[in-house]
Design a protein around this ligand. Structure first.
Ligand SMILES: Cc1cc2nc3c(=O)[nH]c(=O)nc-3n(C[C@H](O)[C@H](O)[C@H](O)COP(=O)(O)OP(=O)(O)OC[C@H]3O[C@@H](n4cnc5c(N)ncnc54)[C@H](O)[C@@H]3O)c2cc1C
Length: 455
């Protein structure tokens, strides 16, 4: 069995405090079907929304979804619930690789996700605590401040960026008042969203099930192979299935079914928490924004203030990225990141002056596995040399503003309703990307090549 399969007994995230008992361990049929039109591997945000749009484009398609653990128990159930497009901070990095147009394509695509998700939640009437809000990026080191200003200004000069009017930068005292963070001389705000990601996906899953999707949980896919007739043999722990088309929505675990992605989509372990008032009769000081909290390099925290007053805070990367063996190519989300609970417990008082005298506690802390890619962008499309085998994976800590419209576009191609995959060109699978052997992940995270002692 592959070392990259999801592990059993994962830590319990806040989002699974209301695990859906109808769907969590569902096996739509007692046995696996012998043959179907499409097998989708993975029941997270990517697999579930791709199936949704596939059924919308082609209602008679038979879809079998195979999931290694309980339904939607991967990154989607362990994330920060933050629908926060990156509209400027990576602008120059994208521009240097993909040009002004390419950078704008990614920015515009991410911005479109806010409306896209809101419309889908409303259309399907999914109760998932969706809140339309503004995110506030605060910058707590001179390096982060400089990077924010340089990239913000460059983004405003890019003629292809359509959402410039949605961003606002504030300096000095105004930045501190707006952000409620004393240590941030610059803040940038823009439209964002927050939601209960597990409930969103399970809501969509139920629509799919009503349309005939066959879900088989706790059924890991061990291997796939192409048959002479062009169909795919999918081997699972519970027997084999034949499929005309195959979709890998396996994110961090892609190498478990597609070994050629071993150094292209790498499992990276992350940490997140849920924070509540120590005294249930006292409301937490409400933060009107969601937050990106930036220190140097890749050291960032992220935060949403939920409509029930609780806070989801993730990151703690100071305790992760210096120690390669703790997080790199790690699929084990059954254990916590050392020191993450202590880090999250102290953060609110340290960060926000409105929380300085307020007592809160961490009631859930968990880990999750993110799929980082060698060049930092997702892989979406048909796999070269493997007709009818598709992938939608590699979404870093940034899937919420990227997956939905990738899934929508990919489903049209799978259903043969479109020949063109309408996603940013840089997300597509090209020969160059597949042949690229430079893996930028550790460098981008600032991880030293020699392991530091763990704290
Ligand atoms: C701690 C943490 C915090 C994050 N915070 C945010 C955030 O605030 N905002 C944001 O935009 N993004 C965030 N992310 C990233 C985001 O959660 C992901 O990008 C997104 O959920 C990816 O969805 P997915 O469906 O591709 O992956 P997943 O939800 O991981 O789904 C993949 C599924 O495939 C299954 N699978 C894999 N291999 C096999 C196999 N061989 N056989 C059968 N099943 C298999 C897995 O069990 C899993 O259920 C965070 C991630 C983590 C871990």
């Amino acid at each position: 069995m592959s070392q990259y399969l999801p592990v059993q007994n994962p830590t319990k995230p806040f989002w699974l405090s209301e695990e859906d008992q109808e769907v969590a361990t569902l096996r739509s049929t007692p046995e696996l079907p012998k043959e179907v039109d499409v097998v989708v591997v993975g029941s997270g945000y990517a697999g579930t929304t791709t199936s949704y749009y596939l059924l919308e484009n082609s209602p008679s398609t038979s879809i079998l979804m195979l999931e290694a653990r309980n339904a939607c128990s991967g990154a989607t159930a362990r994330n920060g619930g933050h629908l926060k497009p990156d509209l400027y901070y990576a602008h120059n990095a994208f521009k240097s690789k993909y040009g002004e147009k390419g950078a704008a394509e990614i920015i515009n695509f991410e911005h479109d996700h806010i409306r896209g998700l809101k419309q889908l939640v409303e259309k399907e009437k999914i109760e998932c605590d969706f809140v339309l809000t503004r995110s506030c990026d605060v910058h707590l080191t001179p390096g982060a401040v400089e990077k924010a200003i340089v990239n913000y200004n460059a983004m405003t000069q890019n003629p292809y960026v359509k959402c410039k009017d949605d961003l606002q930068i504030a300096y000095g005292e105004a930045a501190k008042v707006i952000s409620k963070v004393e240590g941030s001389p610059v803040c940038v705000t823009y439209t964002a969203g927050q939601l209960w990601p597990y409930k969103f996906v399970i809501g969509i899953m139920k629509k799919n099930l009503a349309k005939g999707l066959n879900l088989q949980t706790n059924t890991p896919v061990l291997h796939t192979e192409k048959l002479k007739n062009g169909k795919y043999l999918v081997k699972t722990s519970r027997g084999d299935v034949i499929a005309k088309q195959l979709v890998l929505a396996t994110n961090a675990y892609t190498a478990s079914v597609e070994p050629r992605f071993e150094d292209k989509i790498v499992p990276i372990k992350g940490a997140c928490s849920h924070i509540v008032s120590s005294d249930p009769s006292k409301r937490t000081p409400h933060l009107t924004n969601t937050y990106g909290i930036r220190f140097d390099g890749a050291d960032t925290d992220y935060l949403i203030n939920r409509p029930d007053g609780s806070v989801i805070l993730g990151g703690a990367k100071k305790h992760i990225y210096p120690h390669k063996s703790l997080f790199y190519k790690v699929v084990d989300d059954s254990t916590l990141i050392p020191n993450s609970k202590e880090y999250f417990s102290e953060s609110m008082k340290k960060l926000f002056y409105t929380w300085k005298d307020f007592d809160s506690k961490v009631d859930y802390v968990w880990s999750g596995i993110l799929g980082y890619t060698d060049d930092s962008l997702p892989y979406v499309g048909e796999l070269p040399g493997d007709k009818n085998k598709f992938i939608i994976a590699g979404f870093h800590g940034h899937g919420m503003p990227r997956v939905l419209l990738c899934a929508k576009a990919l489903a049209k191609v799978i259903a043969k309703k479109s020949k063109v995959l309408e996603i940013p060109s840089a997300f597509k699978i090209t020969k160059d990307r597949m042949e690229n052997t430079k893996n930028e992940i550790l460098e981008s995270l600032g991880t030293p090549s020699t392991e530091k002692a763990k704290l």
